[in-house]
Design a protein around this ligand. Structure first.
Ligand SMILES: [Zn+2]
Length: 365
């Protein structure tokens, strides 16, 4: 792929092109921003560019794209045709190392192999990153490590990695992908060049959905693109989890919610959260029951919140500032509170009961 296939991330493009043109490419990067906006695709294309022996100037029409709007220097891209480029595309390049927590299944130590891959532990980081950094590149040009979910590297593993981040061999590059910087130690990210990635425009997400899931109806595309808040990855996940179909079951009762029907809604939401949680678990079998339930609830609350946001927007469109707008804003804040409580391991049933009754009460008052 061309690095310019990664769209709507002008900051990342500018930063990389500036580094390449000055021939001062840092050896350690942290790509941070929401999941599903192109961080890994960009890291892979950047790796291809670093591994390609014949990088070339990007075509003029590419440079006119919004991607490089403010950058007037040279724009480089991988050739796309050599053996290295082909191997990166096929994910078989011996010098491109993709690091992820489930790699523990390939660790030489049985005890590490038998562990659940809930985080990126020190054994995996030592074996697959630190030791591998010390070896010579297999094809001679460079070595690139792309570390997925680097915000799940344990503190011990981050400490073990510090020296590698500080002074890797001249031809080694490490790219840490994180959705939030919060869980990285300051000592880790201070050794890395930070590159921030933004949510994608909603119409771009819709356009991609139309291409990738042509069977989807227009209203489902619009709904999912809006719900995903700029993350194409999340939008695809919503589609694959059947969210457009589940939506009605979750949000229709909100139309006519009253205290009497509250307990039915709670029961229904608990069941929906369970099936959404099961979908999360199919994607990541390592997660616990509690975690899959939590993730399912997050999706459910996001659907409910989006429904109120939608109403708030339409109230704003009609310049309504009266009770309807207030009611929606209050509902969204109640949903946020419930989500925070669930995040802090509060009793789920009680949280949902409190939330649904508050929503019903707001509606009645
Ligand atoms: Zn090439």
């Amino acid at each position: 792929m061309s690095i310019f296939d990664v769209r709507h991330q002008p900051r990342a493009h500018r930063m990389i092109q500036r580094a390449l043109s000055g021939n001062r490419v840092p050896h350690a990067y942290v790509f941070h921003g929401p999941d599903g906006v192109g961080k890994e695709a960009f890291a892979t294309a950047f790796a291809q560019l670093l591994l390609c022996p014949n990088p070339r100037s990007a075509e003029t029409d590419l440079r006119k794209r919004s991607e490089l709007a403010d950058w007037t220097g040279p724009a480089m891209d991988a050739c796309g045709e050599c053996d290295d480029c082909r191997a990166v595309r096929a994910d078989t390049h011996p010098d491109m190392h993709r690091i992820y927590r489930q790699l523990n299944a390939f660790h030489p130590d049985t005890a590490v192999r038998n562990r659940k891959a809930l985080d990126l532990g020190v054994d995996v980081v030592r074996h697959f990153v630190i030791d591998a950094v010390g070896a010579k590149p297999a094809r001679g040009r460079a070595k690139v490590f792309i570390i997925r979910e680097a915000d799940r590297i344990t503190t011990a593993a981050q400490n073990a990695l510090l020296k590698t981040l500080e002074e890797p061999p001249a031809t080694t590059f490490l790219i840490l992908l994180v959705s939030s910087l919060e869980r990285l130690l300051p000592t880790t990210f201070s050794r890395c060049q930070l590159v921030s990635f933004s949510p994608l425009p909603q119409d771009f997400v819709a356009l991609q959905l139309r291409e990738l899931r042509p069977e989807l109806e227009d209203n489902a595309i619009t709904y999912v693109a809006q719900l995903a808040e700029g993350s194409l990855g999340l939008a695809l996940q919503y589609v694959d989890d059947g969210i457009p179909a589940i939506r009605d079951r979750i949000v229709t009762p909100l139309e006519r919610l009253d205290a009497a029907g509250g307990s039915t809604v709670v029961k229904d939401w608990m069941e929906s959260a369970k099936s959404l949680g099961a979908a999360c678990r199919r994607r990541d079998p390592e997660i616990s029951d509690t975690e899959s339930q939590r993730q399912g609830l997050n999706v459910l609350l996001a659907l409910a919140s989006a429904w109120y946001r939608d109403r708030l927007r339409s109230a704003a469109g009609k310049a309504e500032t009266g009770p309807r707008a207030t009611l929606c804003a209050d509902a969204i804040s109640a949903i946020n509170t419930a989500a925070q409580q669930i995040e802090l391991n509060a009793n789920v049933q009680l949280c949902l009961e409190a939330l649904v009754f508050r929503l019903a009460w707001q509606r009645a008052s």
